[in-house]
Design a protein around this ligand. Structure first.
Ligand SMILES: NC(=O)c1ccc[n+]([C@@H]2O[C@H](COP(=O)([O-])OP(=O)(O)OC[C@H]3O[C@@H](n4cnc5c(N)ncnc54)[C@H](O)[C@@H]3O)[C@@H](O)[C@H]2O)c1
Length: 439
């Protein structure tokens, strides 16, 4: 099939590459000339495990092309995917200016039947707005479909190639056939393509993200209780996770959820609910809990240093909002950095993939280390904000010899409390007893 993907970010690039990988002819459109130039020259613009290999292969085999020209992009396409940003507007609702702007432009360019597929996360009723936007300028036949994306950054290629389910909101038989054919190679193992009305499809995406955010904030509150009741959240997690109704996944406490999806999608769903006069109480609480949790380590750090962080130097492991991505949108690490700097401390950070994005955002507000152990040199303590695999079994001798004092604040519960106790560290994590050592 001939496919256009408009918007070549985390979702668009994975979508375009994976469709090319299954033999389709894909052209990706983006307004960012630099990004398009880089991609056209074989330079990948995001870090996503496994993506580069597929990207290079499909680029070489000319099944994957890039352009800034929307007209050229959609001219021969049978299906046009919109993978455009839907950032929060000032009032917290999803800002649809990118999606509706491109819908308007597409309307001006259409000359024959195409299926326009909304892959961006958009509030209920957006497919209809997209349809109206196109119909203003194009009087011929076309269909608009809602196909929300459930991929997770860090495992996006696997998620796209072998989805648990594909959700398609569609109200025309013709478009349904096109979508069935397109997704058939991805669901050969029997996972479902779930067809539904477009409004339900739009809501499904928000419901999924909001539910996962509920799980995270719930466990973070249990962790808060554990700290106050002298219980161990790891034990509680294992104790409840083995109940099939609860499930083992997404029960890890930490320093809150971040990223480009959960924060904005929870907020947008609350706003959508408000618009229809419904107060979504659970989600309001989820957002409050998360705001506090992002900074949960800071009072612990302040308490340890007797409320005086002036002149203290902290090593920070992990900047990305989660491991295996370079995405730093709403990353808890950024909130911690901000709080520490306000207290007069300095930060030297290391992240395996996200350093360039943080350099662009923060410049010389912090220092950047060559490696995880270099970050520790002369530091008064180590803070862990992202659970990258390579942080999990560190060289303890190097930690001991490089850190000025044996102090660790672990926002991701990477280590055994007992191990640090034996080594004489002050080690604090989330929802577990602290291994204590005073300065
Ligand atoms: N990132 C995720 O993990 C994820 C997962 C599921 C769903 N989503 C949703 O998918 C959508 C896209 O998210 P993303 O993370 O890929 O965003 P992104 O910011 O990484 O990418 C968006 C791209 O669109 C381009 N763009 C903006 N305006 C354009 C225009 N007028 N024409 C062409 N290109 C334009 C930008 O230059 C950018 O490259 C959002 O609605 C998001 O909520 C994201």
């Amino acid at each position: 099939m001939k496919i256009a993907v408009v918007g070549t970010g985390y979702v668009g690039l994975v979508t375009g590459t994976c469709f090319a990988e299954t033999g389709n002819e894909v052209i990706c459109v983006d307004i960012d000339q630099k990004k398009v130039d880089k991609l056209s020259n074989g330079q990948i613009t995001i870090y996503e495990p496994g993506l580069e290999k597929l990207f290079i292969r499909n680029l070489k085999e000319e099944r994957l092309r890039f352009t800034t020209n929307l007209a050229e992009g959609i001219k021969d396409a049978e299906i046009v995917f919109l993978a455009l940003p839907t950032p929060p507007g000032e009032d917290g609702s999803a800002d649809l200016k990118y999606v509706l702007g491109v819908a308007d432009d597409i309307g001006k360019l259409l000359t024959d039947y195409k299926v326009i597929v909304d892959k961006s996360t958009v509030p209920v009723g957006t497919a209809e707005k997209v349809r109206n936007g196109i119909a203003k300028n194009f009087k011929g036949e076309f269909d608009v479909v809602s196909n929300p994306e459930f991929l997770r950054e860090g495992v996006a290629v696997d998620d796209f190639m072998k989805p648990d389910r594909v959700v398609v909101g569609v109200n025309s038989e013709r478009a349904r056939k096109v979508m069935s054919e397109l997704f058939a190679p991805f669901v050969r193992s029997g996972n479902p393509v779930i067809f539904m009305d477009e409004r339900s499809a739009e809501l499904t995406k928000y419901a999924a993200n909001a539910f996962l955010a509920v799980k995270i904030s719930f466990m973070n509150e249990i962790a808060q209780l554990c700290e106050r009741l002298d219980a161990d959240v790891d034990m509680v997690r294992r104790g409840i996770g083995s109940d099939e109704r609860i499930g083992k996944r997404f029960l890890f406490p930490g320093i809150g959820y971040g990223g480009s999806c959960f924060p904005k999608d929870v907020q947008a769903l609350v706003k959508s609910a408000k618009e229809v006069k419904y107060d979504f109480q659970i989600l309001n609480a989820v957002m409050d809990v998360n705001e506090k949790q992002k900074l949960h380590l800071v009072p612990k750090i302040k308490k340890y240093f007797k409320d005086n962080l002036k002149g203290k130097r902290f090593a920070l492991w992990g900047l990305a909002f989660k491991p295996n991505t370079d995405d730093i949108r709403e990353a808890p690490a950024l909130y911690i950095i901000d709080a520490l700097i306000k207290e007069g401390a300095s930060v030297v950070a290391f992240d395996p993939e996200a350093m360039n994005n943080v350099k662009t955002l923060l410049g010389d507000k912090i220092e950047y280390a060559e490696g995880q152990y270099e970050a520790l040199e002369n530091a008064d303590g180590l803070i862990i904000a992202t659970e990258w695999g390579e942080f999990r079994t560190p060289d303890m001798n190097k930690i001991q010899s490089n850190l000025k004092s044996k102090v660790i604040f672990d926002g991701r519960n990477l280590f055994d409390v007992d191990a640090f106790q034996k080594l004489g560290f002050h080690y604090e994590s989330i929802g577990r007893a602290a291994a204590t050592q005073s300065i």
